[in-house]
Design a protein around this ligand. Structure first.
Ligand SMILES: NC(=O)c1ccc[n+]([C@@H]2O[C@H](COP(=O)([O-])OP(=O)(O)OC[C@H]3O[C@@H](n4cnc5c(N)ncnc54)[C@H](OP(=O)(O)O)[C@@H]3O)[C@@H](O)[C@H]2O)c1
Length: 299
């Protein structure tokens, strides 16, 4: 495949998209344009090339994708299915590579694929796989595990606030995570290696750790605090969350335990021992990074 030069970033205003946009621009390797929904109030730094499109109109999307080599999607949850029309538009515009909005759990794992929170993401992956067989469009699915910085600061992996963190299923499972700026580096790496990342999942693993390791670091930082971790059966929590989801409840307390399952449960392919770090130029982090993240949350 020839070099990828013109890149459209969808959802570049989002939690993760802003980091990816910064890294794409800072790499100086690409002509970057950001696509936003018609009517969106998102704003971008001066000098950013911004185009608008109607996400329900394939012609509008096709116009936006004209002349683009790659589309990188960081749309939020509500926009996941709009990516199917984006794929159609990418095919029509002659785009070569599409990175759908994954950037999380290992969705090649059969257990992960069956989680209700991923139903629409799986549909988009399957759609892209089918299109890659009949058109010139290719894909890369980028799996990064949990977002280290986001998940720790938002108490997803562990809540230190009352010194009674929930420890899931013994806490020994080791899992991969990646920080948000490094997801940006990974996207730059994928687009810089189009042949090696063609039509396949790409694994990024910036750090591997366990809940018990994190708790041990917390205790070293604040040994005098009244630590009283609570053993929690994640399956029980997830069962309740799935029941609420089936009743149409989609709030964060419902969705997060299900997502967590695909980040910390060993049956969900959560430790990316075989990964693409070297290809993409990703440097692994050490425990020092975890200490940096958790210290302000404890003291
Ligand atoms: N691994 C993890 O732990 C983890 C954590 C968080 C997120 N993620 C993943 O990262 C990706 C991006 O998530 P995010 O939290 O950054 O997203 P987000 O901030 O919720 O949304 C990203 C952008 O999507 C656009 N958008 C919002 N609603 C939309 C709609 N109804 N239709 C179409 N577009 C819409 C908006 O851009 P405009 O207004 O500019 O159009 C928004 O800024 C997702 O795939 C998510 O699952 C992974």
């Amino acid at each position: 495949m020839s070099v990828i030069k013109n890149v459209t970033l969808v959802g570049g205003s989002g939690h993760l998209g802003t980091f990816v946009l910064d890294k794409l621009v800072a790499s100086n390797k690409f002509n970057v344009q950001v696509l936003k929904r018609a009517g969106s109030s998102s704003t971008f730094a001066a000098g950013t090339e911004v185009v608008e499109a109607d996400y329900e109109d394939v012609e509008s999307l096709k116009t936006a994708f004209q002349g683009q080599d790659a589309v990188v999607s960081l749309v939020g949850d509500a926009g996941v299915l709009s990516q199917k029309l984006m794929v159609d538009a990418a095919v029509a515009a002659g785009v070569k590579r599409f990175l759908p909005s994954n950037f999380g759990s290992n969705m090649t794992n059969a257990n992960s694929r069956q989680l209700p929170v991923f139903t629409r993401k799986v549909m988009v992956e399957d759609y892209l796989i089918a299109k890659s067989k009949t058109t010139e469009l290719t894909y890369s699915f980028v799996y990064v595990g949990g977002l280290t910085d986001f998940a720790i600061r938002n108490k997803v992996i562990m809540d230190f606030s009352k010194y009674t963190p929930a420890i899931f299923n013994g806490g020994e499972t080791q899992f991969s995570t990646t920080s948000m700026p490094t997801v940006g580096d990974a996207v730059v790496g994928v687009l810089s290696h189009p042949d090696e990342t063609r039509n396949r999942p790409v694994y990024v693993s910036e750090i591997i750790f366990s809940q018990n390791q994190l708790l041990s670091l917390a205790k070293q930082i604040a040994p005098s605090k009244p630590w009283a971790p609570v053993d929690v059966d994640l399956d029980v929590v997830v069962m309740g969350a799935k029941e609420r989801l089936a009743q149409g409840i989609h709030d964060l307390p419902t969705v997060i335990p299900i997502l967590l399952k695909s980040i910390v449960d060993p049956e969900y392919g959560v430790k990316f021992t075989k990964n693409d770090n070297e290809l993409l130029g990703i440097k692994v982090r050490t425990e020092e990074y975890l200490v940096e993240l958790i210290t302000p949350l404890i003291n």
